[in-house]
Design a protein. Structure first.
Length: 140
């Protein structure tokens, strides 16, 4: 694993600890596209997720981290995403979809609001990202 442009970068399939809570396995793209090789996650995202993990005092389950462009397109075409952006925050390594092990999502979102400004809320998970600017809230 190396660092570049404020991100941790690794090759798909490689597993490294990022810190005491997270590893590269959790943030790797879930696709099977041959061209999906380089993976990344923003260091600020890890920092904020670490703070949130400590606030929640329970493990966070990363259901989707980095997405290569081909996988992002698959998600959009399949209808799994109701938002189609020019460049997904997942593609930039600046987003994660998360669920908790015990905490109700409503309570988790209240904690996430202390650290994140962009939050997408579903019934059992939420999307958190680093986009700049004002507060963003949306529902799946």
């Amino acid at each position: 694993m190396r660092e570049a442009d404020g991100c941790f970068v690794w090759t798909k399939g490689e597993v490294y600890p990022i810190n005491k809570y997270f590893s590269t396995r959790e943030f790797s793209c879930h696709c099977s596209h041959k061209e999906c090789v380089e993976q990344k996650v923003d260091k600020d995202l890890i920092s904020k997720l670490t703070a949130l993990r400590e606030l929640a005092n329970e493990p966070l389950i990363i259901t989707s981290g980095f997405r290569c462009p081909a996988h992002q397109k698959d998600v959009e075409v399949s209808g799994q995403s109701t938002v189609v952006a020019k460049k997904s925050q997942h593609e930039l390594g600046k987003a994660a979809d998360i669920k908790t092990t015990r905490m109700p999502i409503k309570d988790f979102v209240q904690l996430a609001e202390r650290t994140f400004h962009a939050i997408g809320i579903a019934s059992t998970w939420c999307h958190l990202d680093l986009r700049d600017g004002k507060e963003y809230r949306w529902y799946y």
